[in-house]
Design a protein around this ligand. Structure first.
Ligand code: ATP
Ligand code: MG
Length: 450
């Protein structure tokens, strides 16, 4: 895996290693969720089904990095289990019969994902699998990697008993990510993203045979068969990771995104991402930044605001040219107002200081400036409702921003002056308000230059 030059953090060795099976019940007993897990086991007992803690939480328990999400597998009666857990824990259960899975938001921010144990078969590469109920052993063998294919029995009589038919514990100890069979990446190419994500997050290697299979899948372009939904979901997950930068570097290095969209990262992509990460940008901003480099199409299932923000990042250059020569607050305001906030936050981190300073000033101060007079005041003053309202209120706001109006009285007198103007002149100006942004930009330019 590629090493990040910018944010490579020291990978610490796992704090907890249960090296002998005898210590396992102890390990579970020491879990911060021990009491809750015991209760889930007893619910399963009452309902006559085996209940297991599976996948990520088992892996993380061994590694001493427990989180608030608990993946629970039950061999039967999944809906009843979900309802009973909701009732007992005082959380709202949700169950989807079609997917044989549900969730319960338990108190203290803990979330249970409850799944009926199942097999999954793939009719074709990269399509969603056909799901059938099955026992826990079959369920473990349909999983992505051995370290994610362990289960801990929660039944009171066997509390903490480990099921590890695929040798996940050995791979945990050897710190490696290993697929369970050679078709794994073809069946589900999202596992390519997952392998890289887990390897970097946990400081593991991708075991050599698995890495060979991953590269083969990338080479065979099976990733191109992923729907945009599934591929973008993986990008979102990457953006949520603490070690996002080395993960992205590894994905670029392994040409994974080229295999999905034929996309090669331009030279400025990684330095920009690095800067955003260093400045503490959250997952949403990182995702928008990434989108702005991708060949976004109508088919991309992204929110409208995300799409607009990504587009603005590519359209900012001409605005920037005017911005850096603008000193008047109202001009800066008008230039930046049409740009969505996520795009501005990204630009504030990436642009040179002259424009970044203006963008920060807009975000921290100018965007919050308000007039004291409102439409209601204009109505009271007998102004006919219509586009003139917007025109007048905008002029009042610009005066406020530039310090030409400091209080309500200043606004009132400016308002009267505007109303006293000849209607033709006012209408002409009003008409001007509906100009496209490009024209506004030209006007800004002449205003700045004059
Ligand atoms: P995280 O800490 O990121 O939540 P996780 O291992 O819990 O890691 P999830 O995406 O929450 O990952 O999935 C839960 C479990 O479901 C995994 O541990 C794995 O066993 C199984 N799983 C998830 N995605 C896949 C997949 N694409 N193919 C096979 N098994 C999967
Ligand atoms: Mg999880």
């Amino acid at each position: 895996m590629a090493k990040s030059s910018c944010t490579a953090r020291k990978q610490t060795r796992p704090a907890t290693w249960a090296s002998s099976p005898a210590t396992l019940p102890d390990l579970l007993a020491r879990s911060q969720h021990a009491e809750l897990l015991g209760r889930l086991g007893r619910i399963g007992d009452r309902l006559g089904t085996r209940v297991f803690l599976v996948g990520g939480p088992v892996r993380d328990l061994f590694l001493g990095r427990e989180g608030p999400d608990l993946d629970i597998a039950v061999e039967s009666r999944a809906r009843q289990f979900c309802n009973a857990a909701g009732l007992e824990l005082g959380g709202q259960p949700v169950f989807h019969s079609r997917f044989l899975s549900g969730s319960v938001a338990a108190p203290a921010g803990v979330r249970l994902d409850v799944n009926q144990t199942r097999t999954e078969t793939y009719a074709r590469p990269a399509v969603l699998p056909t799901v059938k109920p099955a026992d826990i052993e079959a369920d473990l063998s349909r999983r992505d990697f051995s370290v994610n294919a362990m289960a801990l029995n929660l039944a009171p009589s066997s509390f903490g008993q480990l099921l590890d038919p695929l040798d996940g514990r050995r791979d945990l100890q050897q710190r490696r990510i290993r697929v369970l069979h050679d078709r794994s990446f073809h069946d589900d190419p999202t596992r390519v993203f997952r392998a890289v994500r887990f390897a970097v997050r946990l400081g593991f290697n991708i075991e050599p045979h698995t890495l060979g299979l991953l590269r083969e899948a990338v080479h065979d372009r099976v990733l191109a068969r992923l729907t945009p939904e599934r591929a973008l979901y993986e990008l979102r997950l990457v953006c949520r990771e603490a070690l996002v930068l080395p993960i992205v570097e590894s994905l670029v290095h392994e040409r994974v995104l080229r295999a999905v969209w034929g996309w090669t990262a331009p030279r400025r992509f990684l330095p920009g991402l690095c800067r955003l990460v260093q400045q503490g940008a959250g997952p949403e901003l990182l995702f928008v930044y990434w989108l702005s480099f991708l060949p976004v199409t109508e088919r991309f299932p992204i929110r409208r605001e995300e799409q607009e923000a990504a587009c603005w990042l590519n359209r900012f250059e001409p605005v920037c040219g005017v911005l850096v020569r603008s000193f008047r607050a109202s001009t800066i305001y008008q230039l930046l107002k049409p740009i969505p906030e996520p795009a501005l936050r990204i630009l504030a981190a990436l642009e040179p200081e002259a424009s970044a300073r203006r963008i920060r000033d807009y975000l921290d101060r100018l965007a919050r400036v308000k007039t004291e007079l409102t439409g209601k005041d204009l109505k009271r003053m007998g102004v006919e409702p219509g586009p003139r309202y917007r025109y007048i209120l905008d002029r009042l706001l610009y005066a406020r921003l530039d310090g030409r109006a400091q209080n309500r009285d200043d606004e009132l007198s400016l308002c009267r002056r505007l109303l006293a103007r000849r209607p033709a002149r006012l209408n002409h100006r009003e008409h001007g308000e509906h100009r496209r942004y490009g024209k506004a930009e030209a006007r800004m330019k002449s205003e700045v230059e004059s």
